[in-house]
Design a protein around this ligand. Structure first.
Ligand SMILES: Nc1ncnc2c1ncn2[C@@H]1O[C@H](COP(=O)(O)OP(=O)(O)OP(=O)(O)O)[C@@H](O)[C@H]1O
Length: 624
């Protein structure tokens, strides 16, 4: 069963007012403003023309119709109505044509900015944010913002203006009836205000729950093999249904809140008009109001009532857009703590034997899940003062018990995380003083769990190689990297190195994926190669062959390798023991074996694990 998705952490204090939040969309929407404003003007023009119609009616009724019965006047009036109607239709079409394209442009721009920012944010951010929450921000939240921008915003402005102008016209046409309408508007304004407060929170809750649901789908699909293998499909379904029910409840809550206000905004104007009708007819009967004015008042009220009834729906769209914008800005406002220095330092020219790697008093603790800020280090120190030097061209194996921090230490070198104290230096330069591009050209890492992309073997292996490397040089790098990583099997794939190896390389075996991932690190020809037990899925013979080739070919590379097996340790020049967050011993395998009790303990644990795997493979009972 997939773990419950974490609640997305809040990373910045968010502005409270809806106008302020939505106005920040201008950062991306600025190029679209002229067309949106023009579209809004045409929509407003159409709406004002609709309001003009009753005035034409009034003139017609009070003039040619009721007084002299002139046919010419009636025909003229009818022509005016026709022209006004046609112009109104043209204006509505213009609004749609003007606003459609810029809306999609803004959505695209915002989506690209979000993706760029996600790529820039440090691993610590991605540790704490679930994929579904980010996916729902990139897709449905941005869709909501686009719809609001091209329809909700424009129609809200147009409707509000129509209501104000229309009420003014009603007052001018028949002030007594206008006053009745104004009195009726007071509860409508109050209701709208109450609606705003209630709907805002529920709109945000629905979006967060939709993000959690997306996370559950993503995790379940990702872990489908585990769910099936352990027969936990029903549990996963139960979990999904529970979350889907929660979301449904929230959506119903939203719909109820909206329908209450929509009902009130639909019924109240009608009730007010009923009162106005009674008053109006009485006044007309007494001769205090002309029939033309009475008809014009009600025709205007009919035009105004449409926007009033729509106000609830438009307010709901606005509050949905606010919730979506809040969620979008929550990510965009997160400042990347791992960034390039203002004045970067260059690396000295590479030496013939690789770089000197130095860890000096390095401390680091993973920020706890749900921490308030990416840079927060409220977790305990995993590394509590690591001192280690790997000389140029040297291969050092890093050993320690499970969870001692070996992977964490490796990840500090290419700045996947930044140290909280101390420094990591490559050829004497603090990695934080280098641009990330320079650093990642100098340092390459191969992980134990190799992530391959849905692309050809060639693209996967050359991922870290400079894009402007010419074709032949890239082919050489590819061939050599595949050779060193003993990944010759790729030539037997249907299209050789051009075979697309499927989503995350799932069509390859674990050992094959590891070798392609290792080739990817080697192809960079880095000064420092970091291997996080990247050969764990290989048999001992292939591992020995790979390591021997590595040592022969990568003479200009300094290697730090996390070792989980005695066979990996044996291939290193020196071994460093990580214990309680510190390096407590560095030396050759035999030195440490003789003098370092913790090393002996770790090695014994490795051997037991190795035998257990071996026995398991050969069907022998494993003593515990
Ligand atoms: N992303 C993370 N967020 C929070 N804690 C983490 C994270 N990654 C690792 N840890 C914690 O840091 C500690 C060190 O983990 P690390 O993976 O570095 O150990 P390791 O020595 O490589 O373990 P192993 O030998 O099992 O691979 C562990 O207690 C682990 O739970």
């Amino acid at each position: 069963m997939p773990p419950a998705p974490p609640v997305a952490p809040t990373t910045v204090a968010r502005p409270a007012s809806t106008v302020r939040v939505l106005s920040r969309l201008l950062t991306w929407a600025r190029p679209a403003v002229p067309r949106v404003v023009l579209g809004g003007c045409t929509a407003l023009g159409a709406s004002l023309l609709a309001l003009a119609m009753p005035q034409v009616l009034r003139v017609l009724i009070n003039g040619p119709l009721l007084t002299d019965g002139s046919r010419r006047g009636v025909v003229l009036g009818a022509l005016v109505v026709l022209v006004v109607g046609v112009v109104e239709a043209v204006l509505v079409w213009c609004r749609r044509a003007l606003i459609l394209t810029p809306g999609t442009g803004v959505e695209r721009e915002m989506r690209t900015s979000l993706f760029r920012h996600l790529l820039d944010l440090p691993v610590a951010f991605h540790d704490r944010w679930s994929g579904g929450q980010l996916l729902s921000r990139a897709m449905s939240d941005l869709g909501t913002i686009r719809r609001w921008m091209v329809f909700g915003l424009v129609m809200l402005v147009v409707s509000a203006t129509t209501v104000v102008v229309g009420t003014g016209l009603m007052l001018a046409t028949a002030w007594q009836l206008g006053l009745v309408y104004l009195v009726g508007a007071v509860p409508m304004v109050w209701l709208s205000f109450r609606f705003r407060t209630g709907y805002k929170d529920v709109a945000r809750r629905a979006r967060d729950q939709a993000g959690d649901l997306a996370t559950t789908v993503e995790e379940s699909v990702h872990g489908i093999r585990v769910l099936k293998a352990f027969g936990r499909g029903d549990d996963a379904l139960d979990d999904f249904v529970r979350q889907a029910d929660e979301l449904r409840e929230t959506e119903i809550d939203k719909a109820r809140t909206l329908s209450r206000v929509s009902f009130a905004l639909g019924a109240l104007p009608e009730a007010v008009l009923a009162v106005a009708l009674a008053v109006g007819v009485t006044l007309a009967a007494r001769g205090e109001l002309s029939v033309g004015a009475l008809v014009a008042f009600f025709a205007t009220a009919a035009v105004v009532n449409g926007p009033v009834e729509r106000l609830g729906m438009l307010l709901a769209m606005t509050l949905d857009a606010r919730a979506a914008t809040d969620r979008y800005l929550q990510v965009m406002d997160t400042v990347s703590t791992v960034s390039d220095p203002p004045v970067p330092r260059p690396l000295p020219p590479p030496g013939p034997r690789g770089a000197r790697l130095e860890l000096d008093g390095v401390r680091f603790g993973h920020p706890g899940r749900g921490a308030a800020a990416v840079g927060a280090t409220d977790g305990p120190d995993v590394l509590a003062g690591v001192d280690l030097v790997v000389e140029p061209g040297e291969t050092v194996a890093l050993v320690g018990l499970t969870g001692s921090g070996k992977t964490t230490l490796l990840q500090l070198v290419p700045r996947l995380y930044d140290v909280t104290a101390g420094a990591v230096r490559v050829d004497g330069v603090d990695v934080r003083d280098l641009t990330r591009a320079d650093l990642r050209r100098a340092v390459a890492i191969a992980f134990e769990d190799p992530i391959l992309f849905s692309a050809s073997v060639r693209e996967n292996v050359l991922l870290g190689v400079d894009g402007d490397t010419d074709g032949d040089a890239a082919d050489d790098l590819l061939a050599q990297a595949l050779d060193v990583a003993q990944a010759g099997f790729v030539h037997d794939l249907p299209q050789g190195v051009d075979t697309v190896i499927g989503e995350e390389g799932l069509s390859l075996s674990g050992g094959q994926r590891q070798r392609v991932a290792l080739a990817r690190a080697i192809a960079v020809r880095p000064r420092v190669l970091l291997l996080d037990d990247p050969l764990s899925a290989l048999d001992v013979t292939t591992e020995a062959a790979v390591t021997a080739r590595l040592r022969r070919v990568l003479t200009g590379t300094t290697t730090l390798v996390v070792a989980h097996r005695p066979s990996t340790v044996a291939l290193a020049d020196r071994v460093a023991v990580l214990e309680d967050g510190r390096i407590t011993g560095v030396g050759t395998h035999s030195d440490l074996l003789a003098h370092h009790p913790h090393y002996r303990f770790v090695l014994t644990a490795m051997q037991v694990e190795d035998h257990r795997l071996d026995d398991a493979l050969h069907g022998t009972k494993v003593p515990r």
